[in-house]
Design a protein around this ligand. Structure first.
Ligand SMILES: CC(C)(COP(=O)(O)OP(=O)(O)OC[C@H]1O[C@@H](n2cnc3c(N)ncnc32)[C@H](O)[C@@H]1OP(=O)(O)O)[C@@H](O)C(=O)NCCC(=O)NCCS
Length: 196
């Protein structure tokens, strides 16, 4: 399935200009989203090293539930989990690329909770990749998955991620902060929301 979003703006003005979503079912039923200079696509079998380059990083280890150290074994386990959850229809993890090739990060939609998560490899930060990936995935969630509200769960101390949420047009909800223990560290997560 290939989906192209030509005219989406974080301030919500996309509704005035909304184009039809273009979807083509491919033989393998793989999902690819294109727009904002990005191609979001699924992980390939031969990308374990590229996955390590994205996820084996102190910021990724601290702010996300990803394994640390993130080595080839962790990459294999991640790929297996990603494919299992995709097959169950629970989650969609897509690689962030600018050309359809080099993996630069990952953006994930949990279809059961309507939550998006993301990470950009250390070599690729500061290029508005996370912002653009969140825009695209948000549009996909609303338009294709039919989710009326999409959310991000972010620690208030994570300034980079909070800036991504704001830039992508999310607003801080009044939901009580959720306390979860991640890798032995208690974390308090604020919920940011985006309405269709
Ligand atoms: C958070 C993260 C995904 C941002 O990726 P990125 O591609 O560098 O972010 P972008 O370039 O899209 O930046 C979007 C906005 O955030 C701001 N920003 C990015 N990094 C920042 C930082 N370290 N401090 C403050 N603001 C930051 C940018 O200036 C930009 O703001 P603008 O729209 O006002 O210009 C990346 O730092 C990362 O992977 N961190 C580790 C994993 C993580 O924290 N994931 C989110 C868990 S909730």
């Amino acid at each position: 399935m290939r989906v192209r979003f030509p005219d989406f703006r974080p301030d919500g003005s996309q509704h005035a200009h909304r184009h039809d979503v273009i979807m083509n079912m491919s033989a393998q039923d793989t999902i690819e989203l294109a727009g904002h200079g990005l191609v979001l696509r699924e992980w390939r079998d031969d990308e374990l090293e590229a996955m390590v380059a994205v996820f084996d990083d102190p910021a990724m280890a601290y702010w996300t539930p990803m394994a640390t150290p993130f080595d080839l074994e962790a990459a294999r386990a991640h790929l297996e989990r990603v494919r299992r959850r995709r097959a169950l229809g629970e989650r969609l993890h897509l690689v962030i690329t600018t050309d359809g090739e080099q993996p630069k990060g990952e953006v994930m939609l949990n279809k059961l909770t309507g939550t998006i998560g993301y990470g950009v490899g250390p070599a690729y930060r500061g290029q508005r990749l996370a912002y653009r990936a969140v825009l695209l995935m948000t549009e996909y969630a609303h338009q294709v998955e039919g989710l009326a509200q999409v959310s991000l769960e972010i620690e208030p101390e994570n300034g980079a991620s909070t800036a991504v949420a704001r830039a992508a047009g999310y607003r801080l909800s009044d939901k009580k902060p959720q306390t979860v223990v991640e890798k032995g560290r208690p974390t308090s997560l604020l919920t940011w929301v985006h309405d269709a």
